[in-house]
Design a protein around this ligand. Structure first.
Ligand code: ADP
Length: 371
């Protein structure tokens, strides 16, 4: 927006007419004082300022607004009867650009100058925007970098724990080999198997993360039976956690389409989390049903739940609820991977939860999937 300041009404009208005709938005003020009041309220790209005015003259106005934060980027074109001496140009105003035109105003020259100031204004606005975006990007990258560092240190720790156990069991095994104690040997071999399985899962998750990152996560879509998939997953988790009561309500009879192994992985993640984050409650309910052409799967636990402030974030990469992260081992990537898998199926993933009352993690996928 341009502000024209002139005490002569006819000048205001003729200048405004030309500028509006050339597509500029224009505001007017008939005195220096009025101009100051307007500049306080609004930001202008350019002020066309008559020098000779009764009351406050143009230079005084320029000097006064040079202190306003709203006028930081504003340029001024003085309209003066005589050519302006340098001292006026350099004296009062150092904010935006500065120029002058002698009266009578040569409209073509004024238009040329106005256009130039607008171009400079646009360029500097774009530069400012770019700078802001760049600073934001730097901040985001810094945060991601520090998350990654944190992740590497947690991941190393998570990998080290089963490795240390394996080392310990192998030492015990070695001693038992020497004395030929096969029963104890069998027991420790099983223990080693369990830890190797843990390592395997951790490495598989890490590989998934790098596949997601490089866009190379592949899916094999096929028809499968939802009931069988749920039974398989629940059976594995039940074996490892015999004290839990798993209640399965599967209402899906027909075959559905998707990558069964990947969907199993999501359900497995929900179930192992339910066991992990609800250690004192013993009931877990798995539900599967059809609604609006989608298959809906959910795992409900009655554990610690998630507070509102964290609920939006649990599907983010590396995110772990801080208050509980020291009590429970984990990398904060299971739900992130699950989200990618479900989204690639064209489905939705989510959670309903109340602190101290438990959580219900769910996902839906279209029954007929064309990946
Ligand atoms: P991990 O369990 O390895 O930390 P996830 O990505 O599976 O990683 O889960 C992310 C976070 O979400 C967990 O750290 C935990 O804070 C929270 N969370 C996941 N499942 C549950 C649950 N059933 N109950 C409460 N909090 C949960």
């Amino acid at each position: 927006m341009i502000l024209i300041v002139d005490d002569k009404q006819e000048n205001l009208i003729s200048l405004k007419k030309v500028l509006v005709k050339n597509g500029f938005e224009v505001d007017t003020a008939s005195s220096g004082e009025m101009a100051l009041r307007k500049v306080l309220k609004k930001s202008y790209v350019l002020i066309i300022l008559d020098v000779q005015m009764p009351g406050m003259d143009g230079f005084e106005v320029a000097q006064a607004i040079s202190g306003y934060s709203k006028a930081k980027e504003t340029a001024i074109i003085f309209l003066s009867a005589a050519s302006i001496e340098n001292k006026f140009i350099t004296q009062g105003y150092s904010s935006g650009g500065l120029d002058y035109i002698t009266k009578p105003v040569e409209m073509n020259i004024l238009l040329l100058k106005v256009k130039t100031f607008y171009r400079i204004y646009e360029q500097s606005r774009k530069l400012n925007e770019m700078q802001k975006a760049l600073l934001q990007e730097i901040e985001i990258r810094k945060r991601a970098e520090s998350k990654k560092d944190e992740f590497i240190s947690i991941a190393s720790h998570e990998l080290k724990t089963p490795l240390t156990s394996i080392k310990g069991y192998l030492q015990v095994l070695e001693r038992n080999v020497n004395i030929g104690n096969t029963d104890t040997m069998k027991y420790h071999v099983q223990k080693v198997h369990k830890q190797v399985e843990k390592l395997n899962e951790l490495v598989a998750d890490l590989l998934d993360i790098s596949r997601i990152e490089s866009g190379e996560m592949k899916f094999k879509m096929a028809s499968f039976c939802a009931g069988d998939m749920i039974e398989n997953v629940v059976e594995v988790v039940r074996q490892g956690n015999p004290s839990f009561n798993f209640i399965v309500n599967c209402h899906i009879e027909e075959a559905i389409e998707g990558d069964e192994m990947r969907l199993e992985q999501v359900l497995m993640n929900f179930l192992t989390n339910a066991v992990k984050y609800a250690p004192d409650s013993k009931k877990i309910v798995v539900t599967a049903l059809l609604e609006n052409g989608h298959a809906y799967f959910s795992v409900r636990d009655f554990g610690m739940g998630i507070s509102n402030e964290h609920i939006e974030s649990v599907f983010k990469k590396f995110y772990r609820v801080e208050e509980t992260s020291l009590r429970f081992q984990g990398l904060g990537i299971g739900l992130y991977i699950s989200r990618q898998i479900i989204e690639r199926h064209g489905g939705k993933i989510g959670v309903k939860s109340k602190q101290n009352e438990g959580s219900e993690f769910f996902f839906t996928i279209p029954i007929h999937n064309k990946e």
